[in-house]
Design a protein around this ligand. Structure first.
Ligand code: GTP
Ligand code: MG
Ligand code: ZN
Length: 360
């Protein structure tokens, strides 16, 4: 039989937490790890197994910002007796590492994605999804959270070896030295290289666009289908199959946190960062008939003409449109705000006019 602390160690508990937790645990409380969050209701695990938990009223009351709320991967101090339906969470033990993103809108608040992660597996598909700028953004986010990155390139079955090599070269040419593992969930080629890096008692989190094969990989590693995956559309665009974030224990003792696709992360900011990879499209765009051309259906669009004529790769064009749609999605709140500001400006102007101000 393993002791309680040995069992907790298997879930990632270590001396670091032991020291930090001193002030967080009171009489009658124990520690447990959060494995899923569904609004106010949480699922936790400790040496007694999995059980549901709620937040203590006092803890909820003291909460000041979204990041104070427990997230998947957190260690919490909890009150739970065997006969209780729910555990009551009293505090979050300090986080050793974290993945977080800026909350939507014009705030400096953060939303936690997951915490106490040892390694982030940044996943991109060789087909359609590959983008070094986006990779760099993920790397920044990961390193800011004190998490080590590994890059996974999926769907190698859909591209030739030259394309794969070009992508790896592009990563290295950008000065990224992070380990890269390429594999296919379909042929299984390379999957063992992923398996090899997963260590017992360590926590891994998968990050990447929707449809790149994150859940498929986890199913593959488990050896059975426990996570929902879905066919992607012809353009390779994902449809957000994973909606819930959860921590999954592998039989070798490693823990994996699956995440919904990138859109939720909001790391694509505006068109900045898209510039380099799509320089060819921006050059063409300068020749479009209309200055505000969206390159989707306009007459006289130089981008569409190049696609038709074959000088611009259709997949590259579609990738551009897809990423642009995603970044527009994120900037929506910003745009809304700006439009409001504009509307307010107009209102001020007309009000001044009505009052006869500015009239000479
Ligand atoms: N050809 C090919 N298809 C793959 C591979 N890996 C996954 N797929 C397919 O890609 C589709 C999307 O895979 P998912 O695992 O659901 O993708 P995901 O990253 O979990 O997507 P979200 O949950 O939406 O974030 C499924 O139809 C998979 O069968 C691969 O290596 N090669
Ligand atoms: Mg998924
Ligand atoms: Zn155009």
């Amino acid at each position: 039989m393993l002791s309680v602390s040995e069992q907790l160690n298997q879930l990632g508990w270590d001396e670091w937490f032991e020291t930090k937790a001193q002030d967080n645990i009171s009489e009658g409380q124990r520690v447990a790890r959060v494995i899923a969050v569904d609004r106010e209701q949480l699922l936790v695990i400790d040496e007694t197994g999995e059980y549901r938990a709620k937040l203590a009223g006092r803890f909820l009351y003291a909460m000041e910002q979204p990041s104070d709320f427990p997230c998947v991967g957190d260690w919490v101090s909890i009150q739970h007796r065997g006969s209780d339906d729910f555990g009551i969470i009293h505090d979050v033990i300090p986080r050793k590492s974290f993945l977080r993103r800026k909350a939507a809108g014009d705030t400096i608040e953060y939303q936690m994605i997951a915490s106490n992660i040892d390694v982030a597996l940044i996943v991109q598909s060789c087909q359609f999804d590959f983008n070094v700028n986006r990779l760099e953004r993920y790397l920044v986010m990961v390193r800011n959270g004190h998490v080590d990155p590994v890059i996974l390139l999926t769907k190698t079955d859909l591209v030739g070896p030259e394309t794969l090599q070009e992508q790896i070269d592009e990563i290295r040419n950008a000065g990224i030295t992070t380990e890269v593992i390429a594999f296919s969930n379909i042929t299984g080629e390379g999957v063992n290289n992923v398996r090899d890096i997963l260590q017992s008692g360590k926590t891994y989190s998968l990050l990447g666009s929707s449809g790149v094969g994150k859940s498929t990989l986890i199913n593959q590693l488990i050896g059975r289908k426990i996570l929902e995956t879905k066919m992607v559309s012809g353009t390779g665009e994902g449809r957000h199959t994973t909606v819930r974030r959860e921590l999954i224990l592998l039989s070798n003792g490693a823990m994996l946190i699956d995440n919904p696709g990138m859109r939720e992360f909001g790391i694509m900011g505006a068109e900045e960062g898209m510039g380099d990879s799509f320089a060819d499209i921006y050059v063409l765009a300068s020749k479009c008939k209309y200055r505000d051309c969206t390159h989707s259906n306009e007459k006289g669009c130089a981008v569409l003409a190049a696609v038709e004529e074959g000088s611009l790769h259709r997949a590259h064009y579609q990738n551009f449109i897809k990423l642009r749609t995603e970044s527009e999605f994120h900037d929506l709140s910003y745009l809304e705000k700006r439009n409001k500001d504009k509307a307010f400006g107009r209102y001020i102007k007309s009000a001044k006019k009505d009052l006869g101000i500015n009239r000479k």
